[in-house]
Design a protein around this ligand. Structure first.
Ligand code: SAH
Length: 387
């Protein structure tokens, strides 16, 4: 017998509304092994689709289909193929980008990033974890990848009762992989780099920011130099700031490898450094703020809002009139309107009128699924300090 879960009316509405996550409180009855692919039925026994089962998680079901379609190898191949083909159409000017963005590719809890000839994957639910052998052989078939690394170290795996581990699932994975993003070359450390190695979701925002960058640039929360390197050729001088010594060493090495000589990187806490720069009377023509997610959960939203306001206020004070502020938030608990209001408050306190030059989000290889706010996490504004 096919394992089955029965959901209540609220669960049924959610599934009909297109959300793939069904919470434990909406599951009335379930009989299955964890990780199983199961049938999902409504309160009146209507078949609503098929889902992955995560008994340990608050997100108990992740919908794969909304019909009676069989979940076999052909199903997985077709979903992966569709995701990969979409990226082909984007004509991305880089050798590193996201091939599968979980829910938005109708492959909930699966991430696949391409780094040159290699893939880095993440399986973030029990069901996906169990599917990995099949998914790995399909990915090899569809992409010809020389190696596949599982970066299964995100903390969310613990909520599923899964262990955190990094392991090679196919072929060989070198210690560093050379990739190109636009004109910039990177040496990526797929085993230890943040996320799967690079912040691929900011690629298009770096391109966009480069169109306005000029003069003296301050890149805050620089990691391995993403914005600083992409904007350097447009600017007279570039200062990159990060709290991690490792990141600062990488920024410097990346600048050298790309023949960029107008860049210096400093190991500092941005909050302290912005204050310090203000006291010194420093001025910049372009500032980038790309902090880590300040609001990792709902409880930390008020503190996160105060953090966003503070760094944006200080950045606006450091900007020359006519200067450009590229400001980002990757906290999905702080939505676009909240983020905009924090920036507005900052502009009021800085006594400076600010216009929105561009309103942006994560790159097109990280699509947003309508009706699933969790997939819209990265907000980015390109702002101009008018006077
Ligand atoms: N802008 C980067 C990605 C930034 S990720 C890119 O385009 O690729 C966030 C970075 O902020 C991390 O490298 C982290 O080390 C750094 N960071 C976190 N808190 C910080 C703080 N208080 N001061 C300075 N850097 C910080």
């Amino acid at each position: 017998m096919t394992p089955t879960a029965t959901v209540n009316a609220k669960g049924e509405d959610r599934i009909r509304g297109g959300h793939p996550w069904i919470y434990r409180s909406d599951v009335m009855d379930v009989s299955a092994e964890r990780g199983a692919v199961m049938e999902v039925r409504g309160p009146r026994d209507r078949l609503l689709g098929h889902a992955l089962f995560s008994p340990e998680s608050q997100i108990t079901l992740r919908m794969l289909t909304r019909d009676d379609r069989l979940i076999d190898i052909a199903f997985w191949r077709s979903r992966l193929e569709t995701a990969i083909r979409f990226r082909d159409t984007l004509e991305i000017d880089a050798t590193a980008f996201r091939l599968v963005h979980g829910e938005a590719d109708l492959l909930p809890s699966l991430v696949v990033d391409r780094y040159g000839d290699y893939l880095v994957v993440q399986a973030l639910s029990h069901g996906m974890d169990q599917m990995m052998p099949a998914i790995v052989s399909l990915l090899v078939e569809l992409t010809g990848a020389r190696g596949i690394l599982a970066r299964n170290d995100p903390k969310v795996r613990l909520l599923e009762g899964l262990e955190q581990k990094v392991e090679v699932l196919h072929g060989d994975i070198p210690d560093t992989i050379a990739v190109r993003e636009g004109a910039i070359n990177y040496e990526v450390d797929p085993r230890h780099g943040q996320k799967t190695g690079l912040f691929l979701d900011q690629r298009e925002n770096r391109d966009a920011a480069a169109r306005y960058a000029q003069g003296a640039l301050l890149d805050c929360f620089s990691y391995n130099g993403g914005f600083a390197l992409a904007l350097a050729s447009r600017c007279q001088s570039v200062e990159a700031l990060d709290i991690s010594a490792d990141a600062v060493a990488r920024i410097t090495a990346n600048a050298e490898a790309n023949g960029i000589s107008n860049l210096t990187a400093r190991e500092v806490n941005v909050f302290d450094e912005l204050r310090h720069l203000e006291r010194e009377g420093a001025r910049y023509d372009t500032i980038v703020l790309d902090p880590p997610a300040f609001a990792k959960n709902k409880a930390s939203v008020p503190k996160a809002m105060a953090g966003y306001k503070e760094i944006n206020l200080r950045a606006l004070r450091l900007l020359t009139p006519g200067g450009i502020l590229v400001t980002c938030s990757c906290s999905y608990n702080v939505d676009e309107a909240m983020f905009a209001s924090a920036i507005h408050e900052a502009s009021v306190d800085a006594h400076t009128p600010v216009t929105v030059v561009e309103k942006r989000m994560q790159g097109r290889d990280h699509p947003v699924l309508l009706g699933v706010p969790e997939t819209y996490y990265l907000k980015s504004f390109i702002l101009r300090k008018v006077a």
